[in-house]
Write a new protein. Structure first.
Length: 266
């Protein structure tokens, strides 16, 4: 049932990726998410979340130095932007959550490396979840990969357990700490479902929240990237619940989503 919710999240990200180009507004991107959730009978987990003020949209859209929680609206996407899209939905009582950062047109070598390292950190975590028995072992390797690349892992925001609710225990940090060496550590065993979401900054890891009370930006104005999947640990290893459809799932998708050559994969 969590896979069903995750597949809706994946479809919504595909719908947004299809219209992402210079000139589109962040509000138009958000509409692609809303329409996908409505078509699939899913409920947004982000709309009206938290506050005050509650988050006013289905998707967090964060561009360049914006790390997370950017509010969609009239902002126009430009060539060279790094556009982070983070969304989640509930379907039949179960949740899915995923994020991706897209490059819009040509970007600098540093920004491409930032995307590669951030996605690489997520993929490393998923791979290590197959063999590690404690999250601290995974987090240590994620942090090392980012540090060895010359970038910084965001520490103020972390991944999370996910199930019937979007944010469930435990907290899932992307770095090692004394707390994670102690009581904050947790077992990786079949049945555990985690939203793994490394956020990586090109410069300082320090963050600032803007006056809208939501948008989080890097203190030095340098770029940030964010990739996330909802991952279930099963007896067959980690499974991407927000990943692309398997062959036997294709029939339930709209025609335009049935061609794997059109998919944005992460
Ligand atoms: Mg999340």
């Amino acid at each position: 049932m969590m896979r069903a919710a995750g597949l809706v999240v994946w479809q919504a990200h595909q719908a947004a990726a299809r219209i992402l180009k210079p000139g589109v507004t962040t509000g138009e991107l958000n509409l692609a998410y809303r329409e996908t959730f409505e078509r699939c009978g899913a409920t947004s987990l982000f709309l009206n979340y938290g506050g005050p003020p509650p988050f006013p949209a289905e998707t967090c859209i964060s561009i360049n130095e914006e790390v997370v929680h950017g509010i969609p609206g009239s902002r126009v996407v430009q060539t060279g932007d790094l556009v982070s899209l983070d969304t989640g939905c509930r379907l039949d009582g179960w949740c899915g959550d995923a994020a991706v950062t897209h490059a819009v047109g040509p970007i600098s070598a540093t920004h491409q490396k930032l995307l590669d390292v951030t996605l690489g950190t997520l993929n490393l975590a998923i791979e290590l979840m197959a063999s590690c028995t404690l999250w601290s072992q995974v987090a240590r390797e994620m942090e090392a990969l980012v540090r060895d690349s010359g970038f910084w892992v965001v520490e103020e925001m972390v991944g999370h357990g996910i199930g019937r609710d979007l944010h469930e225990p435990p907290q899932v940090p992307n770095y090692f700490s004394e707390a994670l060496a102690g009581s904050d550590d947790f077992d990786l065993r079949p049945g555990v479902v985690l939203a793994i979401e490394p956020m990586v900054n090109a410069g300082t890891k320090k963050l600032v929240c803007l006056d809208d009370d939501w948008t989080v930006v890097t203190e030095d104005g340098k770029a940030s990237a964010h990739f996330e999947h909802t991952i279930a640990i099963t007896s067959d290893g980690p499974q991407k619940l927000t990943g692309p459809p398997a062959t036997d799932e294709l029939a339930e998708l709209p025609q335009w989503l049935q061609d794997p050559d059109q998919w944005v994969i992460w």
